[in-house]
Design a protein around this ligand. Structure first.
Ligand code: SF4
Length: 232
């Protein structure tokens, strides 16, 4: 299920001694199931899903749809498989002296903290973070309703063309926000926060608090005129 450093950005994390496992599901309603209930028209068009390898290789898109259907239709098997993949990632990290980070919403926006499951040893866990307390999980999110996040789950609020009020609330609650800019030269400040580049690597849990993570528009996002990509 997990894609391990096959992504141009996560591989950069190796320089900081991190190995990253990412789960890519099908976004929005692409699989017939909703995985992004807070998405906007602009983000859906610009979504990473419509860029890079998934555009070139239809098999990648099909695999993401298959995995998403499995998540909804065979949850027990899916979670056991995910558990196994994370165990393998941990072993790989130990062997090669990497810290392990895991991003489960590579191209989806599921409330992972709410997904309870029974692990292979028969124990019940409130979520996958509780099962792996020494793994740092992270995601970008457009939901404003995350509550009681596990300590090892870091989230960055992601700005769209229609959720600035939620982004301002997120800032008040000490969350960082991520913003996609059209210009490679990022502004110094946005929504009152210092802007840092989010393209150097994807290890968001290392970001300082109280910043705006600036991302340069890629793929379909370059043509966005919805307001999702900011022109500043
Ligand atoms: S919420 Fe995120 S994953 Fe979902 S469609 Fe928008 S950009 Fe893509």
């Amino acid at each position: 299920l997990l894609n391990v450093d096959k992504n141009a950005k996560t591989i950069k994390g190796r320089k900081k001694n991190f190995v990253t496992g990412i789960l890519y599901l099908a976004p929005a309603r692409e699989s017939g199931y909703q995985t992004c209930s807070s998405s906007s028209p602009g983000c859906r068009i610009s979504c990473l899903y419509g860029s890079g390898r998934s555009l070139m290789f239809p098999a990648i898109k099909e695999a993401r749809i298959r995995k998403t259907k499995m998540f909804f239709e065979q949850r027990k098997e899916f979670m056991l498989m995910l558990e196994k993949d994370i165990e393998k990632l941990i072993s790989y990290g130990k062997k090669n002296n990497f810290n392990v980070v895991c991003r489960l919403n590579g191209t989806s926006n599921i409330f992972w903290e709410r997904i309870s499951f029974e692990s292979s040893d028969g124990k019940n866990y409130n979520n996958i973070m509780e099962r792996f307390p020494n793994v740092q999980f992270y995601d970008y999110t457009k939901h404003s309703t995350h509550k009681n996040l596990p300590k090892n789950y870091h989230i960055t609020f992601s700005l769209s063309e229609n959720n600035e009020h939620h982004a301002r609330k997120a800032i008040e609650n000490n969350m960082n926000i991520a913003v996609v800019f059209r210009n490679k030269n990022l502004p110094k400040e946005y929504l009152g926060l210092r802007v840092i580049s989010g393209d150097e690597d994807d290890i968001r849990p290392l970001d300082p608090k109280g910043v705006c993570v600036g991302l340069y528009a890629k793929g379909a996002a370059k043509a966005d005129r919805s307001g999702f990509v900011k022109d500043i």
